[in-house]
Write a protein that binds this ligand. Structure first.
Ligand SMILES: *Cc1c(COP(=O)(O)O)cnc(C)c1O
Length: 377
């Protein structure tokens, strides 16, 4: 059996090596390392894939979120509602910009932000909501957009884990996650579903004014060369990364199908065990399985993690500490939070290897060893 990895970017690369290497060499020959043709081509292709009006490439997913929030003209102390159960980048940029993160609960079944909790957390200072499409499953965007409209809030989607996910509205309209809110943000970190060979990110919007502003912010607030109208930053996707992403974008739907196939194998193997809850898929969402995450019921999670490690099967806890328990947010009256669903999930989730290169032999081994542990305790 081939060694099992949490994410197997090496074997994925080997299958497209000729095309990727040629694309990289084309950039090397052009010497247009920044803003070259590859960046323009990729931006256009991604914009078509998303069905978005504007796509703005940038240096990474965290910058994408930061640039999005900078563009909204928020004032220090303005409140931004985010789930507590997410990767730190979602909330870190809120605090970095001197805004106040307000942590809310997630749904225990989909792991995504709970609209009822969002509604309850709204105050006169609330300006924005950041739903996260966690693990590759869409947050309930229709309800979030309704709440946002009712209270005049901006919605920034954190789509770093869900590129390619489809959302179906109650009237049957389908959209890609990341193209539903006022702004969508994504990451091309190597292990993401559309991963570069380094850092990268992108911002989506259908709003012309916000698009212009975000383009400027990502480029030192520059309107024309050496004229800087806004305080911005320097956040660029480089041409080599864009060249790699251009090749991989063409494979994205196949990559998603491979992840879904692995998830189906897992689901099937774990179907009849009350100790294991497999990932649910809401009727409005597809699942692109950035992670395959189980909720354990009455099983020693750290024991399973250690047992699998002994068998050379990697597994991960995403995430062991929720936002409302992070030291970096100590200034935000964290002791007042009682997020019981989030705390409950934090203690019970475990993610198994999930990538495009898992074969049946590996999946069989992972599932049988997981069940071995569950039966042994
Ligand atoms: C990866 C990730 C980010 C940050 O992306 P980077 O490119 O690593 O900066 C933000 N939010 C979520 C949910 C992520 O998974």
């Amino acid at each position: 059996m081939r060694p099992i990895q949490m994410v197997d970017t090496k074997n994925q690369y080997l299958k497209i090596k000729t095309e990727v290497d040629a694309a990289i060499h084309e950039v090397l020959d052009s010497a247009a390392y920044i803003n070259g043709k590859a960046v323009q081509d990729f931006t256009l292709a991604l914009n078509n894939y998303q069905g978005s009006k504007h796509t703005i490439p940038c240096a990474n997913g965290t910058d994408a979120l930061q640039i999005a929030m900078m563009a909204l003209g928020l004032q220090p102390g303005d409140e931004v509602i985010t789930p507590s159960f997410t990767y730190i980048a979602t909330t870190e940029v809120v605090a970095l910009l001197k805004l106040k993160p307000v942590f809310v609960e997630v749904d225990p079944v989909t792991f995504c932000i709970d609209p009822a909790a969002v509604r309850k957390a709204i105050t006169s200072k609330t300006k924005a909501v950041v739903p996260v499409h966690l693990y590759g499953h869409a947050a309930p965007m229709e309800e979030i957009m309704q709440i946002a409209e009712e209270f005049g809030l901006y919605v920034i989607e954190d789509n770093a884990q869900a590129i390619g996910c489809d959302y179906t509205f109650s009237n049957g309209t389908r959209k890609k996650t990341g193209s539903i809110g006022h702004i969508g943000c994504t990451s091309f970190y190597p292990s993401k579903n559309l991963g570069a060979f380094g850092d990268g990110g992108a911002i989506f919007t259908n709003d012309d004014v916000l698009a212009d502003k975000m383009k400027m912010i990502a480029n030192h607030g520059q309107s024309k060369r050496y004229y800087h109208d806004l305080v911005g930053c320097n956040s660029r996707l480089d041409s080599i990364q864009a060249a790699v992403l251009n090749v991989k974008l063409k494979q994205l739907d196949q990559y998603i199908a491979a992840r879904q196939k692995a998830a189906a194998f897992y689901n099937n193997a774990f179907a009849n065990f009350p100790q294991i809850t497999t990932p649910a898929i809401a009727s409005y969402s597809t699942h692109v399985f950035h992670q395959y995450t189980l909720v354990l019921n009455g099983v020693n999670r750290d024991g399973l993690n250690a047992y699998l490690a002994e068998k050379k099967i990697p597994s991960m806890i995403y995430y062991p500490v929720p936002g409302h328990k992070q030291q970096m947010f100590a200034a935000f009256a964290l002791e007042a939070y009682h997020l019981t669903v989030t705390d409950w999930l934090t203690e019970r989730v475990i993610s198994l290897p999930m990538h495009t290169e898992l074969d049946e032999e590996q999946l069989q081994f992972i599932t049988s060893e997981t069940l071995n542990y569950i039966h042994s305790v």
